[in-house]
Design a protein around this ligand. Structure first.
Ligand code: NAD
Length: 273
């Protein structure tokens, strides 16, 4: 925490928008940015109190917080929230696409609406928010950073998570295309791919990951949201200025385990979500 963030070359304060920052990883990212002196635009879907709490933590660190409700199931209209936040903060230098949702249903049993909803929130939403943010960054002419929170499922599949895996892999590919297209504007685009992190999404809100043994993960435990936020914060620093189109896996070594874990499984329970 407290990682120095990129200095605006014209001396104005930096502004970041973090979608899905009412809880979990997004909240940790918002607080990490604020502790580096960055004003933060916060979005929530259902948890207005969570967003208010994030805003309070951000303001306690001496920077501005702006809050909006964002429903990425309601596109393309909802993406206008990025414009609103940019206007309230006086611009946007960093966008973190962190909002996300998933499923636990096998593909053959999945209804189309569920498939579409996950694609809408996890992929279409990130596309439209990135497009809006990039337009502001290009117009301001000062470069910028777009950081997409994907998942280890950007790189490897999981039973029951067809739309999530398709969306996160798609977001990884979108990251690389945007990195190519926005480089001429000095905008870098990278993804951060977490493994299991203790957040509401994994049923571990306020759980200390060090108390949760995970023998199948090389580092032996889930990750803390702050451990993902630290990598996101680094990607927004001047030190990361030459990094673009990359995917940073933050998973305690989980993705390395494929072949070895396969050899250790003694039953077929993995076939069910
Ligand atoms: P979380 O439940 O705390 O956060 C999910 C966020 O998504 C919330 O802030 C919520 O407001 C937002 N959201 C959900 N539906 C939305 C919608 N329809 N419109 C707009 N926003 C919506 O969980 P988290 O673990 O902090 O998840 C944050 C991101 O990290 C997600 O993209 C998730 O896929 C990714 N991720 C999490 C883990 C993990 O193990 N926790 C692992 C890999 C990737």
């Amino acid at each position: 925490m407290g990682t120095p963030l990129p200095e605006d070359r014209r001396g104005a304060p930096l502004r970041a928008v973090v979608t899905g920052s009412d809880s979990g990883i997004g909240k940790a990212v918002a607080v990490a940015f604020a502790s580096g002196g960055v004003d933060v635009g916060i979005t929530f879907h259902e948890d207005a109190d969570g967003a208010a709490h994030t805003a309070e933590q951000v303001r306690d660190l001496g920077v501005k917080a702006a809050v909006r409700r964002l429903d990425l199931g309601d596109l393309p209209t909802a993406a206008a929230v990025v414009d609103e936040l940019a206007e309230e903060l006086g611009g946007i230098d960093v966008l973190v696409n962190c909002a996300g949702t998933g499923t636990a249903t096998k593909a053959v049993d999945m209804d189309f609406d569920t498939w579409r909803h996950v694609l809408s929130v996890d992929l279409d939403g990130a596309f439209l928010c990135s497009q809006r943010a990039a337009k502001h960054m290009i117009a301001a002419g000062k470069g910028g950073r777009i950081i997409n929170i994907t998942s280890v499922h950007e790189h490897a599949p999981r039973v029951g998570a067809a739309p999530y895996c398709a969306a996160k892999a798609g977001l990884g590919a979108l990251t690389k295309v945007l990195a190519l297209e926005l480089a001429e504007h000095d905008i870098t685009v990278n993804s951060v791919a977490p493994g299991e992190i203790s957040t509401p999404m994994t049923g571990q809100e306020d759980v200390d990951p060090r108390t949760q043994p995970r023998p199948g993960v090389p580092l032996g435990r889930p990750g803390h949201a702050k451990e993902v936020a630290a990598v996101v914060a680094f990607l927004a620093t001047p030190s990361a200025g030459y990094v673009t189109g990359a995917s940073f896996v933050v998973d305690g070594g989980m993705l390395l385990m494929g072949p070895q874990a396969s050899g250790m499984l003694t039953d077929s329970n993995w076939r069910e979500p």
